[in-house]
Design a protein around this ligand. Structure first.
Ligand code: HEC
Length: 91
């Protein structure tokens, strides 16, 4: 029984670890945010949104689908993913 309990406890932790590392790099995103977006945006502008939703919004700004005051067109896909991870880290 003890082994079963250990496995049951370890599995969600392992999955959580995977999920936490999926997607962009929040530390790199912080740097890109400060360089390109911090002039107008707050760190917690998108608090409560999922990383995937934020990334979709950044993509629509990047491609010009959504009108945007800022300059986001030059962002690389990696920057966009990293900024999404950074913004998503504010709950
Ligand atoms: C010059 C100011 C300015 C800068 C710089 C700026 N933004 Fe924005 N952004 C805005 C404003 C203002 C809005 C609100 C909507 C609008 O009027 O464009 C906005 C809205 C957004 C939205 C929400 C779009 C939606 O679907 O509602 C996203 C995503 C976004 N910005 C991403 C970025 C990213 C990523 C950067 C950095 C690369 C950035 N912005 C830099 C001013 C700026």
């Amino acid at each position: 029984m003890r082994i079963l309990r250990t496995v049951l406890l370890a599995l969600p932790l392992a999955l959580w670890g995977l999920a936490a590392h999926a997607g962009g790099d929040a530390a790199a995103g912080k740097a890109a945010f400060e360089t390109s977006c911090g002039e107008c945006h707050y760190e917690d502008d998108f608090s409560g949104e999922s990383e995937a939703d934020i990334l979709a919004m950044i993509q629509s700004v990047k491609t010009g689908q959504v009108e945007h005051k800022g300059e986001a067109g030059g962002l690389s896909d990696a920057d966009a993913a990293n900024i999404a991870a950074f913004w998503a880290s504010f709950k």
